[in-house]
Unconditional design. Structure first.
Length: 511
């Protein structure tokens, strides 16, 4: 049966149904792998849930109900979760709802804006890409919503440049972008420059004012509560340039690495750059340039993961633009039928397919990994150390499911750690000892990266748990340490007493 026999609407419906089937099968598989429980594929999902629940029940923006912590970089997503907890009860399924709805709305958006405007073959290719993007909503973060609003903003931006008078819609979408992700600052700054180029001075400045208002207001609130202007997640994970030669060299190496490994981004920049240059910047698709500028800024200053998450808002429009406008359309990219054009296309397609396949590979085991590591050690700490201070590496499920007083060695929920601005746990001598005296934690649960770099040498290892087929956790092995010999014997006995409760797939070892 030929594709021409199907209408654009049927293609969209069938692909959406295929996505629903794949999502359902994946959830069912995860349910049985996690001993008949629905477990999220990242521990970070539970961080949002912990903050949202504390906001709903205790009116505090924090992973800890007792004091403020700047641990979320998505205002809207956390607020929507809090609304769920406040009005519909303490349930764990809200992130699924907030991801599945915008994910399926992507099919609607593509149908609305691209049906009849591109060939059915290209339309089908875009829809299949959305189907293969199904791991994104299963990661259950704010990224599905962010991708949806980025697409809407790009489409509205092109219409506004072309003469649309609906500037309020553009302002609203700009506001929603920064409510969802801080990376949206790159989009707004890029849009600002393009609007200035078109002499749309007032809309440019109003867009920046409205779009940046959530960031500024939250920053002021955060500083007033003793934290940084930016959330701890950005302070500890951002790619900032420090004022010394070693740091500048490290920054350059990271940028070169990101541009090389994420070759699909680099190819998009090359293709669009050639296109706009040959067109002498006379185009009806200024969103091409907007995405180009945003991609460059993101690769310079933001994070890139081995699976689509932080950069998902770029991947989706880039692939859509490549299929709709730059694939098999030599006139558009002005490369004629050169070998360069063929090579760029092939490398781009292979790179995207590899990243999609890798995402699918990760999602197969990710919930099981979280269940066997984060869920297991959180239950252990809840049983033996509830309402007590504990040094921990991954805090999400622990913060959501217990009252353990968390000292977050990654700095997301502990300002003292974020203040060090270290990403490799190379703390100054005496720092952790002073923190132990300040906070009073007697045990720690963390990865080898801290054990080898920042942990005091007199701490004693009581045990370790190792999971198999790890694809999402920081490391396969998590360690249990005591700060002194007295606590060591207590911790070791607790681990032995709890041994039969731990999931059978977790390899336990005592010291």
């Amino acid at each position: 049966m030929k594709i021409e026999s199907f209408s654009y609407k049927k293609i969209s419906i069938y692909c959406a149904l295929a996505a629903l089937l794949v999502l359902s099968l994946q959830l069912l598989r995860s349910y049985f792998l996690c001993e008949h429980q629905f477990i999220y594929a990242t521990d970070d999902t539970y961080i949002h849930m912990a903050i949202a629940r504390n906001l709903a029940y205790y009116k505090v923006w924090s992973t800890n109900p007792d004091f403020f912590t700047s641990s979320s970089s998505s205002f809207l997503y956390t607020i929507l979760l809090a609304v769920g907890f406040k009005f519909f009860g303490n349930h764990q399924y809200y992130p699924y709802v907030l991801n599945f709805v915008p994910y399926f709305l992507l099919f609607v958006v593509i149908y609305k804006y691209y049906a009849e405007k591109i060939s059915k073959q290209k339309f089908l290719a875009i829809q299949i890409f959305l189907v293969l993007l199904y791991p994104l909503p299963l990661f259950a973060m704010e990224h599905s919503l962010h991708v949806l609003f980025v697409l809407l903003f790009l489409l509205e931006f092109d219409q506004f440049i072309a003469g649309s008078k609906n500037v309020l819609k553009l302002f609203f979408l700009g506001f929603m972008l920064t409510m969802l992700r801080y990376e949206s600052m790159f989009i707004l700054c890029s849009a600002f420059l393009i609007l200035l180029y078109h002499k749309k001075i007032i809309p440019a400045f109003l867009l920046m004012f409205i779009g940046f208002s959530p960031i500024v207001l939250y920053g002021i609130y955060s500083v007033q509560h003793g934290s940084y202007f930016l959330p701890n997640t950005l302070v500890t994970k951002g790619n900032f340039i420090e004022g010394n030669a070693q740091a500048i060299l490290a920054f350059i190496i990271k940028v070169v690495f990101d541009f090389t490994v994420n070759i699909h981004f680099t190819i998009y920049i090359i293709i669009v750059g050639i296109y706009l240059w040959k067109q002498r910047f006379k185009t009806t698709h200024w969103s091409f340039l907007l995405v180009l500028l945003t991609t460059g800024a993101h690769l310079l200053f933001a994070g890139i993961l081995h699976f689509y998450r932080y950069e998902a808002y770029l991947i989706v429009p880039i692939v859509i633009y490549f299929i709709a406008y730059f694939y098999n359309d030599e006139q558009a990219i002005y490369l004629n039928k050169s070998k360069l054009s063929s090579v760029l296309k092939i490398v781009f397609i292979v790179s995207i397919i590899f990243r999609l396949a890798f995402n699918i590979w990760v999602i197969q085991m990710a919930p099981k990994n979280i269940y066997e590591q984060q869920i297991q050690f959180s239950k252990f700490l809840k049983k033996y150390y509830n309402n007590q201070p504990v040094l921990v590496h991954d805090i999400g499920y622990l913060a959501f499911s217990s009252e353990v007083k968390i000292y977050d060695i990654a700095g997301i929920a502990t300002l003292d750690v974020a203040t060090t601005k270290t990403k490799k746990f190379h703390f100054k001598s005496g720092f952790i000892e002073s923190q132990q005296q300040k906070y009073g934690f007697k045990v720690g649960v963390f990865y080898d990266i801290f054990a080898n770099n920042g942990m005091p040498k007199n701490w004693i290892k009581a045990g370790e748990w190792t999971i198999n087929h790890n694809r999402i956790c920081g490391l396969s092995k998590i360690n249990f340490y005591a700060v002194d010999s007295a606590q060591y014997f207590i911790l070791k006995q607790q681990l032995k007493d709890y041994e039969s409760t731990v999931n059978k797939n977790v390899e336990q070892k005592f010291y």
